[in-house]
Design a protein around this ligand. Sequence first.
Ligand code: SAH
Length: 228
Amino acid sequence: MTFRATVLTLYPEMFPGTLGLSLAGRALTEGTWSLDTLQIREFATDRHRTVDDTPAGGGAGMVLKADIIAKAVDHASPQGDPRPRLLMSPRGRPLTQARVRALADGPGAVILCGRFEGVDQRVIDARGLEEVSIGDYILSGGEIAAQVLLDAVVRLLPGVMGNLASGEEESFESGMLEHPHYTRPAEFEGMAIPDVLTSGNHKKIAEWRRAQALALTRARRPDLLDEK
Ligand code: SAH
């Protein structure tokens, strides 16, 4: 089954962007997933193709209009479309590997990219848009955030990653950060590769990696351990 992504944006030319290259790009060419963009401006009704207006109550910036966004969302995702409707938003629930995995197990996603100050609250409510954040900082638009989300999802689709095992050992999949990596040369600027990794003892290597992962997680992200 193909994972179908539809992105609603004022900048369709930003896509596929990074998603056209490397793993995601190959998977796109091979039809493992599909990507359609929809220009929000096409749903504007006036001569000037207006999509935004000044905020009610005053203040800086502009707000994407509910009526225009509703038409774009309804066009992209008619009733019965099983795909979740996402709005990239710094106010959303922070994206996690668990949410990414759930999306990858589903039929696809309809993703609205905000611009300006954001989107009229009424269309977020009326169309049940799930707000998703990629972190506690403000981007100028949702397009890069949408690419982050899709990149994380697409690499999990069946057949996209050559080495299936590598997905399972990654940071967060085990609830911890990943252990450090080393490769040749055996010595770099006076530093050797830890002996255990060249010992050939797979049980010892697994234990060492688990201990390193735990120590790193404790030092850098104790919050990940608290949640268990
Ligand atoms: N005034 C808003 C920020 C608007 S930024 C606020 O303070 O909450 C413009 C658009 O960029 C947003 O509508 C959203 O689509 C996108 N965006 C910005 N930061 C983001 C983030 N951390 N995660 C996801 N999308 C983001």
